[in-house]
Design a protein around this ligand. Structure first.
Ligand code: HEM
Length: 245
């Protein structure tokens, strides 16, 4: 490592930072309303109107979360250097870089990266997979559970009894629905609910690990990576490993 004076590097562009904080806030709200839904009985939320309202609020925040995530996925293909998937996913040379990174850190030489560290890439990739699973299963549940867009219209059309206008079908009410098709819908939507819940528990655990390791890296290696998510800039004393990539 070459010792130099402190130098500032522009790493995260505005779109990446906006994604990060919109994602952060929407996930916190989704977890909050998700937990309320899980413990609704214990919290005395028993009326159908209240249960429905909880789901509706969760789904509306879910749309903000999903739109933000879809934009970020596109940005990963067209955006600035460090926002690209090439700088996020564990690509070529990943095993070698991870070995070097872990070896260097265990000998006290703190390797610094402009983009994500090799272990950071692994964690972020896993978090993105969880977010995509939560978005997909959530949108399917929104359609099959409370007939919300983008799939709700197809669902009500499918379960409507022959003499019923699909638009008259309301959640938690079997009036106007075909009994057999409603039963089919129930077994179709169940696994998506299970996947959604387990992905949510795993994400909560990953958020805990993410915060822990970011603080640890900040304390041990410096570089201002927490501040960088606000300003976009990292500050290093030594040459970052991935500067010339
Ligand atoms: C980070 C993202 C998300 C997290 C952490 C999350 C979390 C949760 C949790 C903890 C539950 C309660 C599960 C249960 O009752 O067992 C839930 C239910 C639900 N979520 Fe999400 N969610 C997320 C995204 C979304 C999105 C994007 C949508 C749709 C737009 C959505 C739609 C739903 C629906 C409809 C339910 C109710 C399903 C049911 O009653 O079983 N979620 N979510």
């Amino acid at each position: 490592m070459t010792a130099t004076a402190f130098k500032e590097y522009k790493v995260w562009g505005l779109p990446s930072r906006i994604f990060h904080w919109v994602n952060f806030l929407s996930v916190i709200c989704l977890v909050f309303f998700g937990i309320l839904m899980m413990y609704k009985k214990e919290l005395g939320i028993v009326s159908i109107e209240a249960k429905l309202a909880l789901k509706e609020v969760h789904v509306i925040i879910g749309y903000v979360f999903a739109t933000n995530l879809l934009l970020r996925i596109i940005w990963g293909f067209v955006g600035d250097k460090y926002a690209r998937w090439r700088y996020i996913l564990p690509g070529a040379g990943f095993i070698k870089n991870t070995r070097n990174y872990i070896r260097a850190n265990s000998t006290g030489e703190q390797q610094q990266y402009l983009g994500h560290t090799p272990t950071g890439r692994l964690a972020i990739t896993f978090i993105f997979i969880l977010l995509i699973v939560l978005m997909s299963s959530g949108l399917i549940r929104a359609g099959t559970d409370i007939y919300y867009p983008p799939f709700g219209g197809y669902v009500t059309e499918y379960i409507a009894a022959p003499d019923t206008n699909p638009e008259d079908i309301i959640p938690y009410n079997t009036a106007g629905t075909d009994a057999d098709k409603t039963k089919q819908l129930k077994s179709f939507k169940k696994p998506f609910g299970v996947v959604h819940s387990y992905a949510a528990y795993t994400l909560m655990f990953m958020i805990f690990l993410h915060v822990f390791f970011v603080i640890r890296a900040e304390v041990k290696q410096g570089g201002g990576l927490i501040t960088a998510m606000f300003t976009g800039k990292k500050i290093f004393r030594h040459k970052p490993v991935d500067l010339d990539e």
